[in-house]
Ligand binder design. Structure first.
Ligand code: HEC
Length: 187
């Protein structure tokens, strides 16, 4: 009896601590993602407006990773953001084994029409976390470069395919689960 009580007290204190940590970690992740997402989105919009899908694709192919690097360099120490997908275009966005597991779980929840959390926090080691924010094909414009043969822009896709001959990131429909931002936070 005593042992059970002790065990449950320990469990309680551990989960209370993690609730507070969870909240703090999520807040840090949210602000990091907003910076990254904001930078990518504003450039994409400008290029789409100025030169259509082809120019926007050219921008993605040539400049997106540089912008991501720049934004990453501005984060507090121990924080970094990347994007991953089970169907990745850029091999640099291939998930690691632990990340793939989380993405598969989300994918299966989506399939079964279960609600997907806005953010998922995983403790990967002591004081080291990965925060996942699922990305969906929420806008029709995403299909210009990630859709099927009917929705893709053929000229833009020519440029993309030339750079990524093994591209997996096509065939999406509006609303599909696409991947996730992964924020690594080492305390
Ligand atoms: C103009 C073409 C274009 C449009 C429009 C576009 N993308 Fe992409 N997307 C790309 C290219 C090119 C890459 C690879 C960039 C890189 O080198 O990381 C990419 C990569 C990604 C990745 C990283 C994972 C991977 O497959 O490499 C995600 C996630 C993503 N896109 C989601 C979206 C979403 C969501 C939208 C709509 C809001 C969107 N994209 C619209 C061209 C586009």
């Amino acid at each position: 009896m005593k042992r059970v009580l002790l065990a449950s007290m320990l469990f309680l204190s551990a989960s209370l601590l993690s609730a507070a940590t969870n909240k703090e970690i999520k807040q840090e992740a949210k602000s990091a993602i907003m910076k990254m997402g904001g930078a990518l989105k504003s450039h994409m919009k400008q290029n789409m407006k100025a030169g259509g899908p082809e120019q926007a694709a050219g921008f993605c192919l040539e400049k997106a990773s540089g912008i991501a690097k720049e934004v990453n360099a501005g984060y507090p120490k121990g924080v970094s953001v990347k994007r991953v997908s089970l169907k990745y275009r850029n091999p640099a966005n291939k998930p690691t084994a632990d990340e793939a597991k989380v993405l598969e779980q989300i994918q299966s929840d989506v399939k079964r029409h279960k609600a997907v959390p806005k953010m998922i926090v995983k403790e990967v080691a002591k004081n080291s976390y990965k925060v996942y924010k699922p990305i969906f094909m929420s806008k029709g414009v995403c299909l210009t470069c990630h859709g099927d043969i009917q929705t893709r822009d053929p000229e833009a896709y020519k440029l993309i395919k030339a750079k990524y001959p093994h591209d997996k990131a096509i065939g999406y429909k509006k609303g599909d689960f696409r991947g996730a931002f992964v924020v690594s936070i080492v305390k």
